[in-house]
Each structure stands twice: as C-alpha cells, then as structure tokens.
Ligand binder design. Structure first.
Ligand SMILES: [Zn+2]
Length: 97
C-alpha cells in the first residue's frame, strides 16, 4: 500500500506542545516527528508499532508530502529523509497525595 498525503505543514501537537509535521490521507490525520531516522531508528520505530514515512519534497510549488513506508518500500534503498509517526512522550502519573 502506498499512502500519499496532503502537503505536510508544521504544527504544534495539541497534546504535548512539540512541533510535528501534520498531513492527511484518506481522512486520516497523520503527525510525524520532523527528525530524520537512520535505518536502526526506523527499525526501532516499526518494532514499537509506529508507521514511518518518506518525506518527498517538491520544489514547485514548494511542498513536502509524506509517503507511507510499507515493508516493500522499507526494503528498497532510501532516496530521502524517513520520518516516524509522532507519539507524545509519556508523562508521570499524577500523584494523589
Ligand atoms: Zn504530541
């Protein structure tokens, strides 16, 4: 499956207030961390159950799109930055007393 998104835009995550790239595909809200992953970091992200995406840059009009990386894309040589789905950092549980 190849999943192309709308142009990705920088946004603040409404939950944890960090910068993410946000796009949509088929009505699905996609938020990724704007930090490129090396192969080991992508492998770890996939093991954690996080989707990864190729960041595809178009120069005119200047926009960035995300393409879902399925197992076939992950097996091919990379041709650009790879980003992982955003996951808000865990916070400590509240203390009651
Ligand atoms: Zn967040």
């Amino acid at each position: 499956m190849t999943l192309y998104t709308t142009p990705a835009e920088p946004r603040l995550c409404v939950r944890c207030d960090t910068w993410v790239l946000r796009a949509h595909a088929d009505g699905v809200d996609i938020r990724v961390d704007p930090v490129p992953l090396d192969a080991a970091a992508e492998e770890q992200a996939v093991a954690e159950g996080r989707s990864t995406y190729d960041a595809v840059f178009l120069t005119w009009p200047a926009r960035t799109y995300l393409e879902y990386r399925d197992e076939h894309r992950r097996a091919r040589p990379r041709d650009g930055p790879v980003l992982r789905a955003h996951r808000c950092p865990r916070t400590s549980p509240p203390t009651l007393f």
